[in-house]
Design a protein around this ligand. Structure first.
Ligand code: BGC
Length: 439
């Protein structure tokens, strides 16, 4: 057991939560739970045979669109005081320029139902899914993407940041680099391109432009309570050995995956590049002359081991040696302390853990997973990192993208045949952690 990890255990019982109130909660995204979807790149993707591992789709998912109160009741029982959810752009603008006001009103109702149960809403504007009409016009790579996104976001922010919903915590774009990777390099997600480095970097740069424009507009509203960030999927990259070339591989991966995007939106200096792409270099004035990030949204799932090889793609990344979850991802709680510390040192902003979770159908790993990650979070706090909240992914099982419905990330089990929901043992573990933190 390393010294850092030992300290985590020792600190696990110390009441180290400085933020007031500290946000304890859960999160999910529209497409993964809502059901009754409107046509999007992902509804199309799920119709293509072979794209979803178990052949399932998200046509019903957990039916959150209609049964949201059930989820908020469960979150209340958990003792949560925050809930992250996302807005489906394709519902609000099913055809270009044609806005569905009823859908926005429905989201307002959803947010108010969360508020009524003491849950602070954290609202994501884009969680991987694009309206079908936009895909037909070039999707993330379209030169119009930043403006179209900002116009959509502006509508949502104006409505939901106002009373009665009064949403303060906003995530513009969820995991831009994961989307870039899965959509343009591995091809597992729409638009299904493989090794398209140029497309990948164009998409990433466009998401940075969209984020900056969204925050610029939001700051003109003059509401100082509003807080914007992206949700950055941060992987801890560690070299296979101490050899300088493996360390260089770790540094390069860290920059490309973790920092390229964050630096762009923090400084307004876009520098997007990867082998095979053009070099995108552009400076966008920062909204109000300061970072567009009011806080950092951190999605933490694990670490990667890097090595430099002699043949393409030269930098190789693989899972670490520790125990794995159902998807073969290493569970590495120490990495959460490392990620928090690196983000704190690099950006100096409050950090909100907007996702952390595990695929574990049997729920024999999740109870420890939650406890160990919370301990790692406390350790980072004891080292001076300002963490404002922790949102477990996810409250219930949901549609896990290309893996389908088989992957189980929920504190609550969902029977997809009956839609019955049953809290797992880890639900109780997390409930106790929350309760004890308040004593
Ligand atoms: C995404 C979620 C996803 C989770 C588990 C994150 O990358 O934001 O949508 O379900 O990881 O894979």
């Amino acid at each position: 057991m390393s010294r850092l990890w030992l300290s985590c255990f020792l600190l696990a019982s110390a009441p180290a939560f400085a933020a007031d109130p500290f946000y304890w909660g859960v999160g999910h995204s529209a497409f993964q739970v809502e059901g009754s979807p409107v046509e999007s790149d992902w509804t199309r993707w799920t119709r293509i045979p072979g794209k979803i591992a178990d052949g399932s789709n998200a046509d019903r998912a957990t039916d959150f669109w209609k049964r949201y109160e059930e989820d908020f009741d469960l979150a209340k029982t958990l003792g949560a005081n925050a809930f992250r959810l996302s807005i489906a752009w394709e519902r609000l603008e099913p055809k270009k320029g044609a806005w569905d006001e009823d859908a926005l009103t429905h989201y307002e109702k959803i947010v108010l139902a969360a508020r009524a149960r003491g849950l602070e809403p954290v609202v994501t504007l884009h969680h991987f899914v694009l309206p079908a009409w936009l895909v037909d016009e070039g999707g993330l790579e379209s030169k119009d993407f930043p403006g179209l996104f900002a116009a959509y976001a502006d509508r949502v922010v104006r409505r939901l940041s106002n009373s009665p919903a009064s949403v303060k915590w906003w995530v513009t774009i969820n995991e831009p680099m994961v989307l870039t990777h899965a959509g343009y390099l591995t091809g597992e997600w729409p638009p299904g391109r493989t090794n398209d480095a140029r497309g990948a970097m164009r998409a990433a740069a466009n998401m940075a432009r969209a984020h900056l424009e969204t925050v610029r507009r939001a700051r003109t509203l003059g509401n100082a309570a509003l807080k914007f960030s992206v949700a950055a999927h941060y992987r801890v990259f560690q070299p296979k050995t101490d050899r300088i070339w493996h360390r260089a591989a770790a540094k390069l991966s860290n920059w490309a995956f973790n920092w390229q995007f964050l630096e762009a939106v923090h400084t307004g200096k876009l520098r997007f590049w990867m082998p095979g792409s053009e070099f995108i270099r552009e400076t966008i004035p920062l909204p109000d002359g300061r970072s567009s990030l009011d806080y950092v949204g951190l999605n933490y799932y694990g670490r990667m081991i890097t090595e430099l090889g002699f043949d393409a793609p030269f930098v190789k990344v693989s899972e670490g040696p520790g125990p794995k979850n159902d998807l073969g991802w290493e569970m590495y709680p120490e990495g959460l302390s490392i990620a928090l510390k690196e983000l704190h040192d690099g950006l100096g902003l409050p950090i909100f853990v907007t996702e952390n979770g595990v695929a574990d159908a049997l729920d024999d790993k999740r109870p420890n997973f939650v406890a160990n990650h919370v301990a790692a979070l406390k350790y980072a706090q004891s080292e001076g990192v300002n963490v404002v909240g922790y949102l477990h992914w996810s409250l219930t099982d949901n549609f896990e993208w290309a893996k389908g419905l088989v992957s189980r990330f929920g504190l609550v089990e969902v029977d997809y045949a009956t839609l019955e929901k049953k809290p797992r043992a880890s639900f109780e573990t997390y409930r106790k952690i929350i309760e004890e933190s308040r004593e």
